[in-house]
Ligand binder design. Structure first.
Ligand SMILES: [Zn+2]
Length: 604
């Protein structure tokens, strides 16, 4: 999952390097200097000091209300107090302008602003400081001077516990400081401070650093490196591009519920629970391929509606079906190219995505674009119910597959989704331009093929017309069939916020679950003694109808245990199968499609 700054290009990088060097050598009057003090891990309190350079007398400081995750989280709720003084130590007045903005008066000669903030939210989108580690999404704790957001920023960490080290994609500077060209870059750089383990490797001219903060018994660094080499080689060769020198993978494998990934321009932070890692190691490769491809799609091939980022309120965009969903499509192609999954798994994955979309009643009234606009509701359990919403990850993933097939069909296999992405990379990212949401994707498809995609975008992207799947899949010799299967039903369904615990979204009327008092909004924390995760519904549906499950449930009233008998139900699922007759040509199309290759000159 997973989600967001500005394009950096080789020439600009060189200029930036020179700029940072100047900052390093001269006293940094022009830069905003932050000191983050790690003095109080027990209470999860971080002290922040901001040195503002000389400037206008009245300065405003803004703490973002959101970052990374498309949810307003109002980080200011965790700020304990704010104080300011001038360079001579005279107290300056601090006035609250709104819940996330402060005004400092008398700062013309520079100012020293201090505040304390509570940070204890786990996961790759959060900021957490405890006796074990500090992990920072810096937007969650650093206010920015509104008039200097685009100026250089320097950050240092003080009172770092003994034995802990700092890992971050930020530029290293002398005296343990780190620099960024502007605030957006600063907060696009996660920071891990702990006794992490690390590894690194070169691949195709790029340097990769791997940071793991987890119990050593829970993972194997050599296996992770091996997987990463395959993924980065597959993705950089598919894009024919490597817009960075250094890239960092930052992993957490906590014991207990966790999950999710956060993309950045030069790094990614990923959390997978140790239990899931042990049970389904493929999850790690899948999240990693998704987040790595984001370094192009969304970080550099970036929708106009996300720029400039508005940190003071939500930033609606119609493009998440493409930026997130089609990132899923490509991630699967990368896994095939990397040799980490086979063709069957690729097709099974598409079938499962189609089943998911078709089973949600909301697919008949919420479009992929509307679902993108409504991303800001995703923190809410009611919004995530099948009656209320579809997921732009899910429909976008399918749209990516269909777009790929339509491009191939209209060019007899000579062009593909790969050409669309390379065109968008050349035409937008490398030109430092943002793309105009769905219209930009449509333009890319039409330029790639020389044919109109008006109907496709009107009906399936902006619209909710039922998708005639077989019209797309026949090109690859496939058909979509429906099947009725028996499943176990617990009498309720759950949804999980990114990486969180499953939360009950719907309870069937007159079911055992309803009689047991299970209600929408309850969190399921454990199933038969094991921690529950986002895959709970699948897990329960695969159990034997009639068997009993022990659920641990938490809500506002407390925690309790409930034992339920699973009922039996039927479910309609979709499956991709061979057409009765598959031609040699169709086989060749299928092989090229699944591998993400163009068919040159029509040869298989
Ligand atoms: Zn994502």
């Amino acid at each position: 999952m997973m989600r967001h700054s500005i394009v950096a290009r080789p020439v600009r990088q060189i200029l930036r390097g020179a700029l940072l060097l100047c900052i390093a050598l001269a006293p940094s009057y022009a830069a905003t200097n932050y000191t983050i003090s790690l003095a109080n891990s027990e209470q999860h309190l971080v002290d922040v000091q901001i040195l503002l350079p000389e400037g206008s007398a009245q300065r405003e400081l803004q703490l973002p209300v959101w970052n990374a995750l498309y949810q307003v989280r109002d980080f200011a709720q965790y700020v304990n107090w704010v104080r300011a003084k001038d360079r001579a130590g005279k107290v300056l007045s601090v006035r609250v302008l709104d819940k996330s903005r402060w005004q400092i008066a008398g700062a013309q000669g520079g100012a020293e602003v201090e505040y304390q903030i509570f940070v204890d939210s786990p996961g790759p989108f959060g900021a957490q400081f405890n006796g074990h580690h500090a992990f920072f999404n810096l937007a969650q704790l650093l206010m920015y001077p509104v008039d200097a957001r685009n100026e250089p920023m320097v950050v240092r960490f003080s009172h770092v516990p003994e034995g802990w080290h700092v890992a971050t994609p930020l530029t290293s500077m002398p005296e343990g400081r780190f620099g960024a060209d502007n605030y957006d870059r600063l907060v696009d750089s996660p920071v891990e401070i702990s006794m992490f383990k690390e590894s690194d490797f070169d691949e195709g001219g790029g340097r990769y650093r791997v940071i793991v903060d987890a119990e050593v018994a829970d993972y194997h660094m050599g296996k992770i490196d091996g997987m990463l080499r395959k993924i980065v080689a597959a993705a950089t060769s598919w894009m024919d591009d490597r817009p960075f020198e250094n890239y960092m993978f930052l992993y957490h494998f906590p014991r207990g519920p966790a999950g999710g990934g956060m993309e950045h321009a030069y790094s990614t932070a990923i959390a997978v629970s140790a239990e899931v890692l042990a049970r389904a190691p493929d999850v790690l490769a899948s999240v990693t391929a998704h987040e790595f491809f984001h370094l192009w799609n969304v970080k550099r091939i970036r929708p106009q509606t996300l720029e400039p980022v508005d940190y003071s309120r939500q930033n609606p965009t119609r493009a998440l079906w493409f930026s997130e969903g089609v990132t899923n499509t490509v991630a699967d192609i990368m896994l095939v190219r990397a040799g980490l999954i086979g063709e069957d798994a690729y097709l099974r994955h598409i079938s499962a995505e189609i089943t998911e979309l078709q089973q949600r009643p909301a697919h008949t009234w919420q479009s992929a674009e509307d679902s993108s606009l409504d991303a800001w509701f995703e923190g809410d359990a009611f919004y995530r119910t099948p009656e209320r919403s579809i997921s732009y990850y899910n429909k976008g993933d399918i749209l990516g597959v269909l777009l790929d097939l339509r491009i191939r069909e209209s060019t007899s296999g000579k062009k593909s989704l790969r050409d669309l992405f390379q065109w968008m990379n050349d035409h937008y990212a490398r030109q430092h331009r943002f793309f105009p949401d769905s219209e930009g994707v449509q333009l890319a498809a039409e330029t790639t093929t020389g044919q109109s995609f008006t109907d496709f975008f009107r009906d399936y992207v902006a619209g909710v017309k039922e998708i005639p799947y077989n019209e797309f899949f026949q090109f690859a010799g496939l058909q979509l069939i429906t099947k009725t299967v028996e499943v176990a039903t617990p009498g309720f369904t759950t949804t999980a916020n990114l990486g969180g615990q499953p939360e009950v979204s719907h309870v069937d009327g007159n079911s055992e679950a309803q009689h047991a008092g299970i209600a929408a909004g309850d969190r399921i924390t454990a199933v038969n003694g094991a921690p529950a995760d986002a895959f709970l519904d699948d897990e329960l549906s695969r159990m034997r109808p009639g068997s009993t499950v022990r659920l641990q449930i938490e809500n506002r009233k407390g925690r309790r245990e409930v034992t339920l008998h699973l009922g039996a139900g039927e479910e309609q699922i979709y499956e991709l199968q061979d057409l009765p007759v598959v031609t040699v040509e169709q086989r060749a199309h299928r092989a090229a499609w699944i591998r993400g290759d163009d068919e040159l000159g029509g040869a298989p």
